[in-house]
Design a protein around this ligand. Structure first.
Ligand code: GUN
Ligand code: ZN
Length: 649
């Protein structure tokens, strides 16, 4: 089995998961198929809904003489009449719901192997939220022992090892770390159904975070029993790849219809607020009049359509970098999701999320509410402002955001402020916090859409950042851009290009670090500008092309000469991705680097960062662009990790 990442956003992954019965796209939803009562068949799901993988229960199959003998003789794919990948569960959930199950851990894993399951699940111990820590801990220990025993019996079958530990993050962490050492193909997060049913989303999120932070990155993660679309975006943003849904059928049996924001009873629906094929064909009145069995089937169909629509929205968001928007929207649709999001305001969680955060996106950062200011990209940006931005002047000139338009910032009006001093810093007081004018074109500053009227949380938060950033400096507020121009002109002596120089240094410092910014511009700087827009396009130092400037997001791409300088000046392993010698000849021909060839990477690198691709003896081979974060680069064994931009042949 193999798992690789194609695209990413937040800690979520747009992936490809390859099994013995084909490759599926993740994140995805596995409808639960009851082997005796298929109200919708897997084939119908495949053909009508684009379902790629299903999950069924081996315990139920094994208990039924007829099903067992068909499954053993012809295989589980034949039994379900489905040629895509099939995952099976073990009876753990039956044990949780009904008490004892009459099968041993060894028997059920061997049975799953013998019926040709693609991914079988061990008989783990379901840790309930009401357990004491001692009980939960014992369940974790037994689950780990059973996982190790089951590994010996699984044969060629893929295996799922569920992370248990009730509501105790340290037990979840321990279970994840221990199971993570075994060669599993899938890590479900188990024991969360009661949390989901009772909408205890904050506890659910703590559990997911604790598990994810201790599981290996290169194995997909399944959230066991999460079938409601309300939780999908947040779970994906925290790194869950698979979901299973029995909710679609359970709710249908109670005449309840799932919607992306919640659930409604058919009796309470005046008009169907959905355009799926079912809701387009029937009115609410039509549905109510259908014979019982048919009504259930139609509602089940609708429920699956709605779940799959949400999955598709999430996959799009992963592709175009708007997953946080979806997550925050769910927070405003449901108070418990909103509570759960508060956990992500904690610095420890922000630090973890930041490591996955792409350095830039194509789409603007759009405010959805008080949670937006807590996005990992803003956490990083503020950290870097405080740690990397080279504030040199003693007095900072502050302009209110409302008084400076983007046009001002990019045209000569503002750069003329710099006519007469080397030592001037203009800071825009904005909805995102302080923005040095020199960074005004850089993502996410210019590429953000915030309302004029902000919520109190955001105002207080940005005020704190502003105070930290301007600490120990004299501050001079300037009213009106024109006034600003005048008063700064009056007191400064700076050449016209000084602002450009300040700008390139500031951007390079934010992007590569302070030392890199010093190294890159050590020499005679020449800027090549666009004739049409007057924007910087390329930076030459002593006639060597060191950087190109991307106008769309205000970031630099590193050119060969720049890479050479940084390689010479920055200590190993700064900015580097170190690859196996075996892969060096390919990189020297311009091929991208696959994860399996990566030995080490600078832990400070982030997805879409520029990097130096080197051999283990630190010979510089190429300039690259990271597609993964350093931990992922080292753990994944399939898929691209670093794009080759320019190579030294
Ligand atoms: N289905 C829902 N939750 C669980 C769980 O924790 N373990 C297993 N094996 N199946 C589940
Ligand atoms: Zn519908």
């Amino acid at each position: 089995m193999r798992f690789e990442i194609r695209k990413r956003d937040a800690a979520g992954r747009l992936g490809k998961f390859t099994t013995n019965h084909g490759t599926i796209r993740t994140p995805t939803l596995l409808p639960v198929i009851h082997p005796k009562k298929m109200i919708i068949t897997p084939k119908e799901m495949q053909e009508l809904l684009g379902i790629e993988m299903v999950i069924t229960n081996s315990y139920i199959i094994r208990k039924d003489n007829n099903l067992r003998s068909i499954a053993l003789k012809e295989g589980v794919h034949q039994l379900l009449d489905f040629d895509g990948p099939i995952m099976t569960d073990s009876g753990t959930f039956q044990s949780y719901v009904y008490g004892d199950v009459t099968v041993s851990p060894d028997e059920i894993i061997s049975f799953q192997r013998d019926i040709g399951t693609d991914i079988g699940t061990i008989l783990d111990i379901f840790g309930t939220p009401d357990q004491s820590k001692e009980e939960a801990s014992e369940g974790v220990s037994t689950t780990i022992i059973r996982a190790k025993e089951s590994m010996k019996l699984k044969g060629d079958m893929g295996i799922a090892l569920p992370v248990q530990g009730s509501i105790y993050p340290d037990l979840r962490a321990k279970c994840a770390a221990e199971l993570g050492k075994l060669q599993a193909d899938l890590f479900p997060i188990g024991g969360v159904v009661p949390l989901m049913e009772q909408q205890r989303y904050p506890e659910l999120i703590r559990v997911i975070l604790a598990a994810k932070q201790h599981l290996p990155m290169h194995i997909p993660v399944h959230l066991f029993g999460a079938g409601h679309p309300l939780i999908f975006p947040l779970a994906v943003a925290l790194g869950c790849d698979l979901f299973d849904s029995s909710a679609y059928i359970k709710y249908a049996l109670e005449k309840r219809m799932i919607f992306s924001w919640g659930t409604l009873h058919l009796e309470d629906i005046y008009e169907l607020p959905c355009c799926c094929p079912i809701c387009s064909q029937f009115t609410a009145q039509d549905l109510k009049k259908l014979p019982q069995k048919e009504m259930i089937r139609q509602i089940a169909f609708h429920n699956l359509y709605v779940c799959m629509e949400e999955i598709k929205k999430i996959r799009n968001a992963l592709d175009n970098g708007t997953l946080w928007d979806l997550v925050e929207q769910k927070g405003s649709e449901n108070p418990y999701i909103s509570d759960a999001l508060h956990i992500l305001r904690n610095d420890t969680q922000k630090q973890w999320l930041e490591t996955f955060e792409p350095v830039r996106r194509k789409k603007a950062l759009t405010y959805t509410g008080p949670q937006t200011i807590h996005r990992p990209i803003l956490y990083r940006t503020h950290q870097r402002l405080l740690e990397r931005y080279p504030l040199t002047a003693d007095t900072l000139f502050i302009i209110d955001e409302k008084e400076v338009s983007y046009a001002d910032a990019k045209n000569v009006t503002i750069s003329t402020l710099f006519e007469s001093s080397d030592d001037i810093d203009i800071i825009i007081d904005s909805s995102l916090g302080p923005i040095p004018l020199a960074l005004y074109e850089m993502y996410p500053f210019a590429q953000s859409v915030f309302p004029n009227t902000l919520d109190q949380d955001t105002l207080e938060y940005t005020k704190r950042i502003f105070s930290a950033f301007t600490k120990n400096k004299k501050i001079k507020y300037l009213k009106g851009t024109q006034t600003a121009v005048q008063s700064i002109k009056n007191s400064m002596t700076q050449t016209e290009s000084s602002f450009d120089h300040q700008k390139i240094k500031a951007i390079a410092a934010m992007q590569f670090g302070l030392q890199a910014a010093t190294v890159l511009f050590d020499g005679n700087i020449t800027l090549v500008k666009s004739k049409k827009t007057q924007k910087i396009r390329n930076v030459f130092v002593d006639n060597s092309h060191v950087l190109s400037f991307r106008a769309s997001d205000g970031f630099f791409t590193l050119k060969k000469a720049g890479a050479f300088q940084l390689h010479k000046a920055l200590p190993f392993p700064s900015l580097r991705v170190i690859i196996d010698d075996e892969a060096a000849p390919f990189v020297k021909e311009g091929k991208s680097v696959f994860s399996k060839f990566i030995i080490e990477a600078d832990p400070a690198l982030r997805p879409y960062d520029e990097c130096l691709i080197v051999r283990s003896n630190d010979t510089l081979l190429a300039v690259g662009q990271c597609l993964l974060n350093p931990l992922e680069m080292m753990q994944f064994s399939h898929g691209q990790a670093v794009k080759n931009r320019e190579y030294f042949s």
